[in-house]
Structures are given as C-alpha cells and as structure tokens.
Design a protein around this ligand. Structure first.
Ligand code: CA
Length: 487
C-alpha cells in the first residue's frame, strides 16, 4: 500500500511537471527600431552598416525579407504594431496622429490578461497626447505595467536631465523633446548618459528581475531616428566624423521661424540635409547604428547569460523604412519613410524562438507588422476572436494575402506578386541624402508593379496589364467598403 502511494505520488508529480512544461508560456521580447534602412540590416549580404548583433538575431531564428509596416512613418506604424490592425480603420485622415481608441485592444492588454508581466522601455509614439500620462495613448493606460521612456516622435540622445529641461524655453515645443524620461506616473532624471545605452541598461535590469510569470517587454529604441549625429565619441572616431555640440539654450542660435535659443531651432537645423553634408550624414548614421548594434549585443548577452534566450520569443522590426534625410540606405527599394513606395514600408524582420523556429531560416513570403500581435497571442496560447484583426500568424504566411495601405492622400495594395499604388514622392522637409533612390514618377497617377520581379518599382506595368489594375483596385475598394470605420 505504502509503495502504491509513493508510485502514485511520483506519477502525479511527473504528470504535473509535464503539464506545466507544456503550458509554459514563452517570454516575449519585441524590439522596435526607428527608421532603419532596408539595406542596412541584411544579415546574409555584405553591407556597409556594422550589424553583427542584429545579424545574430537573424541567424538564431528566421528573417522575413518582406515585412511591411502598416504606415511609412512612426506613429501610425506603431499603432499598427501594438493593435494588429490597420490604424486607418479608425484614423479617417490616415495621418500622422492615429491615437488609440479605448475600444482597440493592444498586444500588452492581451498578454497581461494571459498572465504576463508587461513593460515598455523607449519610445512611445501614437501621434497624439504627447507628454501626458493620463491618456489612453500612455503605455500604463493600454496594458503595460511599467514604462520608462518618452511619448513623442523623438527625444534628444544626450539631454535627459531636469536641469536642461528647466533651461530650455521649449522642452516639449516640437514633436522632439528633451529632459527627464517619463517613468510610470512620474519622471526619471539622468544627468548623463546616452539614450540607447540607457534603454539597454534598463531593459537588462528588467530581464534580470526574478518573477513568477512570463514577461512581455517592448524595447523601442529611438535609434536610428534623428538627431542622427548624436553618437558617443568612440563611434564618431571610428567613422571619422566630428562631434557637433549638443543643444545649448544659451547659444542664441536661430533656424527658420523658430525662436532663438529654442530646442526646435536646433532640432530642425540638424534633422534635415544642409548643415550636415551627404558624406558626413551617412557616417553619423553608420556610427549611430553601430552603437545601437553593440547595445543589442549587450541585451542578447544578458538574455543568454541567464538562460532566458531558450524561453523567449524575440521579434525585431523597424517601424518604417529608412529616412531619406539621415543617410539610411533602402537599396534596392525606391524612396523611403513618408511614402508608400517600398522604401517607406518594407523592412526585414527577425523572429527568434529556440526550439520552435529553426535558426538561419529565411521567409520570403510577404508579411505585415500587424502579424506581430496574432503571433504573440498564438505563442501565449491566447485565442483571438476579433474579425477586425488585420494581422495573421507569422507562423503561417500566405503568399496571396491582401494587404492595403492608406497614408494621407495616397494608398497602396499588395496582392500576390503585384502592387498597385497612387503614391507620390515625399521627402518631407529637405532634399534627400545621397543614398535615396528617386521614384520613376512623382505624381499621384496609378502605378502597377510586379514587386517580386521588380522590387525597386522601376517598371510601371499599369498600361500593359489593365486587368491587373482593375483587379487590385477593386480589391482595395472592397476592403475599404467593408472595413473602414470598423475596429
Ligand atoms: Ca520611425
């Protein structure tokens, strides 16, 4: 009898361990980069940017070579990433500031509901209600337990102290900001430190915390967004460019219509081509990306050291294509950020999940950043029941799926090998940098490309294949008819 009880105990214990292992949810680490050029993250080719650690990610998992974001600029794209939806479902102007309606559930809310500890470190930018913590757009109000970062398009890489904020006439005067970081319902002051390093340190500290639940960490770097020239000295030395003095409110510099001594004047001056020439801009960009890559290396080392890598799903993507004004290289894709040309919306995405995804694999079927939420949900065992979800699982890409985009007055549709668009050229506020590939047409005419054969969109086939134009145009119109306004 005694033996039977012991045997029964052993049997039930083993069954319980087995069921715990089976039910164990992976940690999820979502790394979002800002304005990364398509050619600047290309793990299986020789390229100019130094990205050995980003390449490590690709080689440990799968790289998706055609990962589209839902918009060509930061805020709407990030809304697409965290909701799994085309943000123009609710953002009628399909513009810079989609915001986040109460009724749209986020990836953090789904995962928190499934028992995850959730945190966001870095840039939070949904295009509305910047710098406020009592709004839906603030991470603590859409599913994140913790937040450290900033809620705007950009933050100075060097100036994160209370004292500089006090001395600056317009610390929140533009979409770019400086001063202490937002931290939960308060602020955190940094008298020194470089933002990419700070975010990595904080992320490593978060990873090292002991907890009895899986974590979901969104680490959203503002590298490699303007101000691209702000990089630690050793990287400037490596690329042979001079340090440009940081913003100083006592320097009565003016630029454009901005008041003298304002941060807007400094930001505007250095976030366009002009004061920095093409050759140096590319060097600052390469230095910035090199520093980012070293930080990603530190992060991966910390994961490996604690053995967390084996139980963590990592997703790595840029929020939009390379910026035409920073020296980012999107080759062979046309144009860049701000437009629906491929250079604005197509990225390489890495997904790592040891034991589930074979390392060193390449997926060339096109996917969407909206797929991140359904993929995380699947990994966490969450059943989604939302007919307005635009994303599908990254584990089952569909070569014939319909993807649509609306961006201001432009739109695009991808179906199979084909893409139809009325996009025009747009490089925002100055001439583009030397890496920029100019579109073949700069107007709102309807253009048809076979983007499988012609990824650079150099041959407009609209006249040759009118039936394809009709088919894709109808598919787009139908999608809009059925889905716009539904979320
Ligand atoms: Ca961006």
């Amino acid at each position: 009898m005694k033996h039977l009880i012991i045997l029964l105990f052993i049997f039930t214990s083993c069954a319980s361990i087995r069921s715990q292992q089976k039910d164990k949810k992976p940690n999820i680490l979502l790394i979002v980069i800002d304005d990364l050029g398509y050619a600047d993250f290309d793990p299986y080719s020789i390229h100019e940017a130094s990205t050995p650690n980003m390449d490590r990610l690709a080689k440990a998992g799968k790289i998706y070579t055609q990962a589209y974001t839902t918009a060509p600029v930061c805020s709407p794209s990030r809304a697409g990433i965290i909701t799994g939806k085309n943000q123009f479902r609710w953002d009628k102007p399909a513009g810079w500031g989609p915001g986040l309606p109460d009724s749209v559930k986020t990836i953090a809310e789904y995962l928190k509901g499934a028992g995850y500890a959730t945190a966001r470190i870095g840039k939070n930018d949904l295009g509305r209600n910047f710098h406020k913590n009592n709004v839906r757009e603030y991470p603590l109000n859409h599913g994140y337990d913790e937040f450290l970062g900033f809620s705007a398009h950009a933050h100075d890489f060097w100036l994160s102290s209370e004292s500089i904020k006090k001395r600056t006439p317009d610390p929140n005067g533009t979409s770019a900001t400086l001063g202490p970081l937002m931290h939960n319902m308060g602020e955190k002051n940094y008298n020194e430190g470089y933002l990419t390093d700070i975010f990595t340190d904080e992320a490593i500290s978060y990873l090292s915390q002991k907890r009895d639940k899986p974590f979901f960490l969104t680490l959203a770097y503002n590298a490699v967004h303007h101000l691209i020239h702000e990089v630690p000295q050793k990287y400037l030395d490596k690329y042979g460019v001079k340090a440009i003095p940081n913003y100083d409110p006592d320097n009565n510099e003016t630029f454009g219509n901005h008041p003298s001594g304002s941060y807007s004047a400094y930001y505007d001056k250095y976030s366009r081509m002009g004061d920095i020439g093409d050759e140096d801009m590319r060097k600052y960009y390469l230095a910035n990306i090199n520093c980012l890559d070293d930080n990603i290396g530190r992060l991966l080392d910390a994961l490996n050291k604690d053995g967390l890598d084996k139980e963590t799903l990592i997703i790595f993507i840029s929020d939009n294509g390379g910026e035409p004004l920073t020296g980012a290289d999107n080759a062979p894709l046309t144009a860049g950020k701000y437009s629906l040309w491929e250079g604005g919306i197509k990225n390489r995405m890495a997904v790592v999940w040891p034991g589930k995804i074979e390392g060193g694999t390449i997926e060339s079927k096109y996917v969407s950043a909206a797929d991140i939420l359904p993929t995380a949900a699947e990994a966490a065992g969450i059943k989604l029941n939302d007919p307005t979800m635009d994303g599908i699982s990254l584990f089952a890409p569909d070569k014939d799926r319909l993807l649509v985009w609306k961006w201001q007055n432009t739109w695009a549709v991808r179906l199979g090998e084909w893409k139809l668009t009325n996009t025009n050229e747009d490089h925002w506020k100055s001439r583009p940098s030397a890496q920029y590939i100019k579109p073949i047409l700069n107007d709102f005419s309807i253009k048809l490309f076979n983007v499988s054969n012609d990824p650079g969109e150099r041959i407009n086939l609209a006249e040759k294949y009118p039936e394809k134009v009709k088919e894709l145009s109808l598919a787009y119109d139908n999608w809009c008819k059925v889905n716009l306004g539904k979320y």
